[in-house]
Design a protein around this ligand. Structure first.
Ligand code: PHE
Length: 344
């Protein structure tokens, strides 16, 4: 009578004969069922037999069945790969075709623009600071002279996270953080992301970028503010750019001014311009002399020191620098748009 060992050998031979015939995915699958199928697969039946084999045979036969199983699994895998390859059409390689261009990543236009702003301020002796995007009510509002329930908070509505944590509505809280930890003279800018309850349109987004600026020293005046910002905007847009200062209100500056730049999208010629609304001007920053109360909040003596600050809308200003009529383009991740900026 044939021993279990013989039958293992038989199955191995049968598989070796059948394997070369399996040329496509379907026959490979049939082969797998015939040999490894859970109920009637030939190798599985060998495992069944093994259970009742006499002890002296068991050890060696067990090893052989296992080896066979591993070999069959490997071979089936190789056959399957081969079958997959076979369905691909044979392709000739045409060496005369031009190579495929690979696109290399590059900085986002807003990053490039922010770096340009940083360069101009660094050249005037400013340092760069950063602050958290999740702020406390104290830094975003209280320390900047917005008492709880003050109506000025309405303009800066935002997402409140938990307790007194919120998504900062401007980069001005960094003013407070910097003044708390450094003594004057202070001359810093702070770029960063800010969040507000805004309905998106060509010049508003619920998330955008600002650059904050702060100067605190003895004898600092509004004339310094005006001269510095004018110099900055000329460096950015050229000597001829038209800029105007308008009186305004912020709880943390007194007096305050907003700065408009001529609409570089329509140059004031389109009464229906979606960027400037036909006025020919667009506000790009808020500024003013640091309110004495804000200095007191951080233990700087307002009798001795004075300061000025500004907050610039980066995305908006970038629209004019690049001549783009729509702020949302910056965030749509359309490569056709993004590839137009920076080095080729
Ligand atoms: N933080 C103000 C804003 O969003 C801008 C500002 C900054 C005004 C600094 C005055 C001084 O809109």
């Amino acid at each position: 009578m044939a021993t279990l060992k013989d039958r293992i050998e038989e199955v191995r031979k049968a598989f070796e004969e059948a394997a070369p015939q399996a040329g496509d995915a379907k026959s490979v699958e049939e082969l797998r069922t015939a040999f490894l199928g859970r109920k009637r697969g030939r190798i599985m039946l060998l495992f069944e037999e093994l259970k009742s084999a006499p002890a002296e045979e068991k050890r060696e036969a067990g090893r052989l069945v296992n080896e066979l199983k591993v070999a069959v699994v490997d071979r089936l895998q190789a056959l399957e790969n081969g079958a997959l390859m076979a369905v691909r059409p044979a392709r000739e390689i045409d060496l005369t075709l031009p190579g495929r261009q690979r696109y290399v990543g590059r900085p986002h236009p807003l990053t490039l623009f922010q770096e340009e702003i940083e360069r101009i301020f660094l050249s005037m002796g400013f340092a760069i600071e950063e602050g958290p995007e999740i702020e406390t009510d104290y830094y975003n509002f209280e320390a900047l002279n917005f008492p709880p329930h003050h109506p000025a908070r309405d303009k800066w509505d935002t997402l409140f996270i938990k307790g007194d944590l919120l998504l900062r509505t401007h980069t001005s809280p960094v003013q407070v953080r910097v003044m708390e930890r450094t003594k004057p003279p202070i001359r810093i800018i702070c770029p960063g992301r800010v969040f507000r309850r805004e309905t998106p349109d060509p010049t508003h987004l619920p998330m955008f970028l600002q650059v904050e600026g702060l100067v605190v020293d003895q004898g600092v005046t509004f004339a310094n503010l005006k001269g510095t910002l004018e110099h900055f905007l000329r460096a950015l847009f050229g000597e001829k750019v038209k800029v105007r200062f308008r009186p305004s209100y912020f709880p943390f500056t007194e007096p305050s001014a907003e700065v408009d730049i001529e609409c570089l999208v329509c140059s004031g010629r389109d009464p229906d311009c979606r960027v400037c609304g036909g006025t020919g001007w667009k506000e790009i920053l808020g500024s003013g002399m640091v309110d004495p109360q804000v200095l007191k909040n951080v233990n700087i003596d307002p009798e001795k020191y004075s300061g000025w600050a500004f907050g610039l809308g980066v995305d908006r200003t970038a629209m004019f620098a690049f001549g783009i009529p729509e702020m949302r383009y910056f965030y749509e991740n359309d490569l056709r748009f993004l590839r137009q900026f920076g080095a080729k």
